[in-house]
Design a protein around this ligand. Structure first.
Ligand SMILES: Cc1ncc(COP(=O)(O)O)c(C=O)c1O
Length: 407
């Protein structure tokens, strides 16, 4: 009897064998330009020599120790995070995946406040574990699983389809009225408001300017911890180190994933001394792979490479080039409803009646050697190119995309 891989998510037909730069090759030797960085993780592309060198060196020295032993590598990762974060965010725990980091952030908020309710924006995706999935709506096929915890949902801050019937610029962020009502002092106990600076899982929704600042003002007024969920937007993806910087705010808890490992499983939760003090002697969190020296070496190396090569600034320019090119394609195809993005994350939304066409375009692109992501529910292509992608590579995609859109 053969052993078969259980495909818990849809699989493509080709088997991948090796990668270099922005390309990955299948085992038959066909190259693919990867415009989504694996699962939005490979920000340095495939086989980045300095990252590979650091990993090889670290593997030969120390990969894992018991989670109660400090290591030099975790110390270095803390120093690097210190360089790129506001001073208030100065307590960190390193984990492996975004889902785990979301779980720990929620634990911290609930422990610090003694409250249970979590306010979250509807339509997002926050991870595959039960609590993270309970907050999620995108990608949530397993509705039969128990919904965990008390969850309050805010309408999606998408001004094109304003959930409360206004148009941008609006005076008072009416989509936050529900939050104002929900948290009216004493009525419900809220442990945290969790928001994503750009909603990746929710269909690449870019909230209006100042949305994060409004959330910060409201949470501060009601003394509720604000969690910036930056598994996707963090580490330069939006053109700043972290998405919350666009709104000139500092969250109480920050969740980092994907990009900090550049293809390896590293995530982190960063918070303030105040939250730590409020959790002291109550919160206990132990995982086999927590604060591993290999994770520390990877995180420190990735931050150093981004700093030294000014990579995400470059990625933001490339993202702008991609957006500009796509807007030209949009002007020729009425079936493209919207092209939007921030930094190196770009969404291409088709009109609702062309949602099925997106699947055809996806397949045509794959056949032509281009890997993209297509979310049928929102009729949106989501692009997260590696930060090292070249202008020529983007141009080759723009040509292929336009060709694939033809009837
Ligand atoms: C915003 C966001 N949060 C959390 C996660 C979960 O991260 P992971 O798949 O690493 O557990 C994802 C994954 O796509 C995500 O996009």
């Amino acid at each position: 009897m053969s052993m078969k891989l259980w495909q818990t998510n849809p699989f493509q037909e080709m088997t991948l064998g090796r990668g270099e730069g922005s390309f990955v090759w299948d085992t038959k030797g066909k190259p693919y330009l990867d415009l989504v960085s694996g699962t939005w993780c490979n920000i340095l592309g495939y086989g980045h020599s300095r990252l590979v060198g650091a990993i090889q060196d670290q593997v030969s020295k120390l990969v894992h120790v018991g989670s109660s032993f400090p290591t030099r590598e975790i110390g270095e990762a803390l120093l690097k995070l210190r360089e790129v974060l506001p001073p208030e965010l100065n307590r960190a725990v390193f984990l492996n995946t975004g889902s785990e980091a979301v779980e720990l952030a929620l634990k911290m908020a609930r422990t610090a406040t003694g409250a249970e309710g979590i306010v979250v924006i509807e339509g997002g995706y926050y991870g595959a574990t039960i609590y993270a999935l309970s907050l999620s709506e995108a990608g949530r096929k397993t509705m039969y699983l128990p919904q965990y915890g008390e969850i309050h949902r805010l309408p999606v801050p998408d001004c094109r389809r304003c959930p409360v019937g206004h148009s941008w610029p609006c005076e008072d962020y009416y989509c936050l009225d529900m939050m104002r009502d929900t948290v009216k002092e004493g009525e419900v106990q809220i442990a945290a408001v969790l928001y994503e600076p750009v909603m990746a899982g929710g269909g690449m929704i870019v909230p209006p300017p100042g949305y994060g600042a409004q959330l910060r003002a409201l949470t501060s007024r009601y003394e509720i911890p604000l969690i910036a969920e930056e598994v996707t937007t963090g580490m330069g993806r939006t053109g700043r180190w972290f998405g919350f910087e666009h709104d000139n705010i500092v969250p109480d808890i920050l969740i980092i994933g994907k990009a900090i490992g550049a293809g390896l499983p590293v995530s982190a939760v960063v918070t303030t001394g105040e939250i730590e003090a409020r959790c002291e002697s109550v919160l206990r969190h132990v995982q086999s792979h927590q604060n591993d020296p290999l994770s520390g070496r990877i995180a420190a190396t990735v931050i150093s490479i981004l700093q030294e090569d000014h990579l995400f600034e470059q990625a933001a320019e490339r993202g702008a080039h991609l957006l500009e090119g796509l807007k030209i394609v949009q002007s020729r195809y009425p079936s493209i409803e919207d092209v939007r993005g921030k930094g190196a994350m770009v969404g291409i939304e088709l009109t609702e009646d062309h949602a099925d066409k997106g699947k055809v375009v996806f397949q045509r692109l794959l056949n032509a050697g281009f890997i993209v992501d297509y979310q049928h529910e929102t009729a949106t292509f989501r692009l997260f190119p590696p930060y090292i992608i070249s202008t020529q590579e983007i141009d080759s995609f723009l040509i292929a995309f336009e060709l694939s859109m033809k009837d």
